[in-house]
Design a protein around this ligand. Sequence first.
Ligand SMILES: Nc1nc2c(c(=O)[nH]1)N[C@H]1C(S)=C(S)[C@@H](COP(=O)(O)OP(=O)(O)OC[C@H]3O[C@@H](n4cnc5c(=O)[nH]c(N)nc54)[C@H](O)[C@@H]3O)O[C@H]1N2
Ligand SMILES: Nc1nc2c(c(=O)[nH]1)N[C@H]1C(S)=C(S)[C@@H](COP(=O)(O)OP(=O)(O)OC[C@H]3O[C@@H](n4cnc5c(=O)[nH]c(N)nc54)[C@H](O)[C@@H]3O)O[C@H]1N2
Ligand SMILES: [Mo]
Length: 724
Amino acid sequence: MTDPALTSSNPSSAATNRVRGACPHDCPDTCGTITEVADGRAVAFYADPDHPVTDGWLCGKVRPYLDHVYHPDRLTTPLRRVGPKGSGQFAPITWAEAVAEIGERWRGIIATHGAEAILPYSYSGTLGLVQMTVSNGRFWNRLGASQLERAICGDAAQTAVERTLGARWAVPYADTAHSNLILIWGHNPASTAPHFMPYLKEAQRRGCVVVVIDPRRTRTAKTADWHVAPRPGSDGALALGMAHVIVSEGLHDEAWLAAHTVGWPELRARIAEFPPERAAEIAGLPVDDVMRLARLYATSRPALIKIADGLQRNPMGGQTTRAILTLPALTGQYGVRGGGLAYSTSGYVKWDGEAVNKWAECPAPGRVVNMNRLGAVLLGEAADPPIMSLYVFGSNPAAIAPNAGLVVQGLLREDRVTVVHELFLTDTADYADIVLPATSNLEQVDLHKAYGHTLLRYNHPAIPPLDESKSNWDVMRLLAAEMGFDEPWLQQDAEAVIDEVLTATAANNFFLAGVTLGRLKAEGQVALAVGPEAPFADGRFPTPSGKVELYSAQLAAEGQDPLPNYSGVWDDGEPARRRLAGTPEATEEPARRRRTWRAEEALDLITPAAHHFTTSSFGNGRSQLRGEGVPTIEIHPDDAAARGIAHGELVEVENGRGCVTLRAVVTESVRPGVVAAAKGRWAKRGDGRGARRNVNWTTSDALGDFAGQSTFHSNRVWVKRIEN
Ligand SMILES: Nc1nc2c(c(=O)[nH]1)N[C@H]1C(S)=C(S)[C@@H](COP(=O)(O)OP(=O)(O)OC[C@H]3O[C@@H](n4cnc5c(=O)[nH]c(N)nc54)[C@H](O)[C@@H]3O)O[C@H]1N2
Ligand SMILES: Nc1nc2c(c(=O)[nH]1)N[C@H]1C(S)=C(S)[C@@H](COP(=O)(O)OP(=O)(O)OC[C@H]3O[C@@H](n4cnc5c(=O)[nH]c(N)nc54)[C@H](O)[C@@H]3O)O[C@H]1N2
Ligand SMILES: [Mo]
């Protein structure tokens, strides 16, 4: 098969063409897809049978992709707001009018406030090199706009892993064939990494023991041999307590620690502070479970710890991850095939920063604005200069950002210009002054790397852009021309961008040996040159010391505790978050606290991934909505009984930030004291009472310990039955 598109793609021909693509959505699996096209229209969409991870099947979110692409609500032309902000009243305009108007508004803002008064806001609508990475960089850097700190997802864990091990490298899913124990910790791959599950099942069939550590009995937990349900945010203490048991019972590997780590004596002293009784109390688990888990882990080999990002969306997410990362070091399991850590493969290829960003030809980087603070930022937290214009693409902050009610207040400001580039009139687009129609993945060129495996895949466009929609990069090119920037790197076509970034990256990256644009276009996926041995098999870690940094001088220099920690906050009965949470309005109990909210009645609300949506993507899909049902909250029977809540009743979920009405699912799937409501609902579709809200009206915009991390899962709420 040498033809890039399997068969030649000729939109005018009546013959059916099959076009290779990559699923662009935020998921570690990055599937290979095939689109069948007849007369310029996509007529079938399915898994590429030749993609080894996809293995011939797509998830339920993406299977009906043609309904997404040809959704009747796809935006067809640029729009200008004609009603009050947020009314969703728009009139069509041309691209020329839209771009000229944006240029005029921006020139005015720049003249008064400077270019940092413009904030681009984007995240994971697509994960491609061109339509995400380069579109996030070049034009905005040239403009001198504010820089967005993209810390909504997994930055604390990324920082923790890089500081401890030096790189985000991970075993392939298939290496579970070598594992005898898999500890899935705060991760729900049955929903969020579905193509991992067949490997897990196969390992289990072979006798591998699977343990899931999650406050909620997830789809993954239901398939496990053992489900351990700690309190949210307590995992750092649990891991240090396990370490305590391992060390005090002599189950650790002194020789390995001496040869491959720095800071073992210091860590040993820290571990001494976490006897299993203390860990058990913090985690709300029987002490026997902590002991048993520690012994099971330390005596199983190879033992794999698999984590993702849900685990670390709390104020201690960075140190929690650091604490968990000590376990494979204590037992000498880094570099062991089928053992060690499975977090992310994204560190094998980091696109060449200069080729992506063109810093050398741009003004000094603008001031940094944390995306988790968007509401506060729009309402004045960013003061010098204020954010006068927001440009949103590939993200839906009015539905997915924490403290979304505050985001909406910010978007309602009359003196701020909001542009939203989207496929649909989302919660965010409703508040725009100008809406621009975006292409879907079937209509654009891109290159995708994965964070769950090591296959690169080129996305051939299958069909021309629908109506007047344009890709992110094509809009950047238009905006660059409008702003009078004539650098050729702002006008390259998508393929030239890929070629340039790939070539520049490959020059310094061994893993890209032999990978070219030509091969990517011709071969479907191309594997990175990652050998069959486990990451770190040679005992070398790309940290400053070349070893596992149990003690991190780098973290110390950054003002952090250099040793993994759990902040000791339960000792005085105070939850950590109240001490660590940034500003007063971000804490759980602000001035607006109601007298009826007694502290002892608060519940910990976690908001994990929905099975049928990808955050808010597909939240308007017919079959996905059917799968997901109405917006619900899971509550333990004891907590429901204490509040007089019956299964299926509507409940009010509230705290000082806001409220949302959800339907109660009374279930033992959550531990007492914990409630769970999935992320990703479109607020405009209405909550249980038809109000334009979702669960993010309650979530916290406080920042976590590392890297400005979001803290969605550290959220105290009061739940009450709605009286009829
Ligand atoms: N179907 C689907 N797939 C997705 C997504 C989606 O929205 N839907 N989102 C994508 C994105 S953006 C991401 S980042 C990944 C996330 O992938 P995951 O991290 O697997 O997903 P989450 O549901 O965010 O979190 C995982 C689990 O962490 C648990 N959890 C929450 N707090 C704690 C805690 O303090 N301790 C422990 N031990 N567990 C905790 C939750 O109950 C949840 O089951 O998934 C991606 N894949
Ligand atoms: N309560 C709660 N909220 C959360 C989380 C949580 O755990 N709890 N998790 C957070 C996490 S981990 C993440 S990563 C974020 C994700 O949040 P977002 O990055 O906002 O992701 P989506 O909700 O998928 O929204 C992406 C939007 O981009 C649009 N889009 C898709 N492709 C393109 C394109 O090519 N061009 C343009 N212009 N638009 C496109 C889609 O139509 C969609 O509206 O959500 C966060 N929100
Ligand atoms: Mo994410």
